[in-house]
Design a protein around this ligand. Sequence first.
Ligand code: SAM
Length: 264
Amino acid sequence: MNETTRNIDSDTASGSPEGTTHFGFETVSGSEKVNRVMGVFSSVASQYDIMNDVMSGGMHRLWKRRMIATAAIGAGSRVLDVAAGSGDIAIGLARKMGPTGRVVLTDLNGPMLAEGARRVIDEGLLPGRADCIQSDGTRLAFADNAFDCVTIAFGIRNFLDIEAGLREFYRILKPGGQFICLEFSRPVLPGLDVIYDAYSFNIIPLMGEKVTGDRDSYQYLVESIRRFPDQKRFDKLISRAGFDLVRHDNLTGGIVALHRGYKV
Ligand code: SAM
């Protein structure tokens, strides 16, 4: 089995700047990983939305719609969308909550958060219904027990220390609050893994090159997906951070999983 086809269970759920970790299939120092992840998102920020549609054939919109539908929020709720990027989830949550809800978009990467800010302004959500605050998901700049719901879509895979991120999400949630995470996972339908691997490793980097001129960032994307813990292992990490009632639903045969947990 070669590096591109084997399923690698992440051995890097917790990392530190001084130790070694993985950037895709490469072994790098923790601080180098953070710098290179930021380089990837700075490079793709302006083309990020179009590439999502191209790569997923529009499927990401359905996955995100399902996440927004799962959020137990309504009028007056306060929600944090971590690794918000260009704001798809935050905007959907703001629409669901209506005028009395408030969503905070946070992201470590300035150019990605700027895309999100531009879109929430276009939606008429600023000021009042949305805020954009740059912060690291593993060291959030928010008080304890501040939010009714914390969401993260396709972001936690990029964290240097996934478990530190999960502990932060738990800390800032109010008791009774809900955590929802949408992330790439492991195909569970027989035969889907072979087709998915062939598509991921042969087509996606090529699309990245054609659409954005940046093959390497999309090579990192597919490698980082293989490094991320599978559904059950990630559920265990969520539980270990303190969450209760942890479960996941597989979407599109497990290509993506929607995880949730509660701060009881
Ligand atoms: N949530 C958006 C979506 O679903 O379209 C954006 C997802 S994008 C694939 C991943 C995002 O994670 C990027 O905007 C990146 O800057 C952000 N990110 C990576 N590491 C982060 C960290 N440590 N803290 C906060 N955001 C981070």
